[in-house]
Design a protein around this ligand. Structure first.
Ligand SMILES: C[S@@+](CC[C@H](N)C(=O)[O-])C[C@H]1O[C@@H](n2cnc3c(N)ncnc32)[C@H](O)[C@@H]1O
Length: 400
């Protein structure tokens, strides 16, 4: 603990706050980091440990209330509702609601009007089950896996960690022999898959698509060759990224956008309005890419779920469909060479999720090797200014 360090940080924070432009995300995030440093200067190790436990418990409380429908039943118009009423509707003991609510009230997520009577507040809405609540439930699915890590490493070889059919996730669920997605789609409560897909539609802030690759600059080329698809989003989920890319690219006459994912995801899109210009194709990226000679093949948050050999295979299946000037773009977060103290930690907890399923987050050098083995040359790295995400552009290797 150091009062001087806290004072110095606070003074510089005050000065920075005076000139803060709230619409400037980089500035705002830098200030948040500064408040962390002030806290770090004042917090005891026991308080730090307790805060971590609190975070885990809050996530557990929220996922429980969401999964039994309690959190979403807080009346939308702000009418207060009692723990007893919520518990009765959910068919659980009232203490389940009061005990979980305490930690969420303390975190400011719900308002307590009087003892055990609650009201939704502005923050509650962001954490409903179709918004960030989906992410908490998906993330918490992994808490069970992390709790079993010590037993996993005791019972498995170091190589097993890289085998998606022997990963900590599938082992803990009792489904060795299947991959994470096979378990998600065939062994778990189907609600987990829809929460997973919803999570992906809500991570744009953490995983931005904007302001990296200059999609807009391709207008001329795409309009000259309208028969060629513009962007094929491989493993694109519910089209969340493709919609943003279409906005980023602006008006392009004849620009075709193709969304590919597993049949279970594509079928769940029936009737959903993806907007003009987006075609959908059920496709398994372990098979040959059926769409040939597109301008761009795009993969966001795909390779981090797989080991190097599988990532090379996934890319090779599309490399064989690329034309001489097709681009293959991978969008992932980049592991830095050294971990900055007090910096963003999203990447590292995501990597813990990936460790659970046999994948990993990568450095630029790691991606360069994967590209190389897949027959691609890494020709550009477009980094986000507001996060650790980047778009890596690959082109077919030129034959000498
Ligand atoms: C982590 S999510 C990323 C979704 C989207 N690209 C995004 O960034 O929001 C991975 C996606 O890959 C899809 N996927 C997993 N295995 C696949 C396979 N073998 N073939 C095609 N898509 C697959 C999943 O269904 C899921 O939508």
């Amino acid at each position: 603990m150091s009062k001087d360090a806290a004072l110095a940080e606070t003074q510089s924070l005050l000065a920075a706050l005076q000139s803060l432009d709230l619409s400037d995300n980089t500035q705002r995030v830098a200030l948040l980091r500064q408040t962390n440093r002030i806290r770090a200067a004042l917090e005891t190790p026991l308080e730090l440990a307790s805060r971590w436990m609190e975070t885990v418990a809050a996530a557990g409380a929220l996922q429980l209330l969401i999964r039994i429908g309690v959190f979403d039943r807080l009346p939308a118009d702000g009418t207060p509702i009692s723990a007893a009423e919520l518990a009765q509707q959910a068919g659980v003991d009232a203490s389940v609601v009061t005990r979980c609510m305490r930690i969420l009230v303390a975190q400011g997520l719900v308002e307590e009007m009087k003892g055990d009577v609650y009201k939704r507040n502005g923050l509650s809405d962001f954490f409903k089950s179709d918004k960030l609540g989906a992410m908490m439930c998906t993330g918490f699915m992994f808490a069970r896996i992390w709790a079993m890590f010590p037993d996993y490493v005791k019972t498995h070889t170091p190589e097993d960690l890289w085998d998606v059919t022997k990963s900590p996730f599938v082992w803990t669920i009792g489904q060795e022999g299947k991959s994470f997605y096979e378990v998600l789609d065939t062994c778990l409560d189907p609600v987990q898959r829809s929460l997973f897909d919803l999570t992906m539609t809500n991570v744009e802030g953490m995983y931005p698509t904007r302001d990296m690759f200059p999609f807009r600059e391709m207008k001329g080329q795409v309009e000259l060759e309208p028969e060629r698809p513009f962007v094929v989003d491989v493993g694109g989920g519910r089209g969340q990224v493709l919609k943003v890319i279409r906005e980023e690219a602006g008006e392009i006459k004849g620009g075709r956008y193709i969304l590919q994912d597993l049949p279970i995801v594509i079928e769940s899109l029936k009737g959903e309005d993806l907007g003009e210009g987006i075609e959908v194709i059920a496709y398994d990226f372990f098979a040959e890419q059926p769409v040939k000679n597109a301008h761009i093949y795009f993969f966001r948050m795909i390779l981090h779920g797989f080991n190097d050999a599988m990532s090379v295979q996934i890319l090779k299946n599309t490399v064989s469909a690329m034309g001489p000037d097709s681009r293959l773009i991978v969008c992932e977060k980049l592991v830095p060479d050294m971990v900055p103290v007090g910096g963003s930690t999203e990447l590292y907890w995501l990597d813990m999720l990936m460790m659970s399923v046999g994948g990993k987050e990568r450095t630029v050098a790691d991606f360069q090797r994967v590209f190389d083995h897949a027959g691609l040359e890494l020709v550009g790295v477009y980094r986000s200014k507001t996060s650790q995400a980047a778009m890596l552009e690959g082109r077919l290797k030129r034959v000498a």
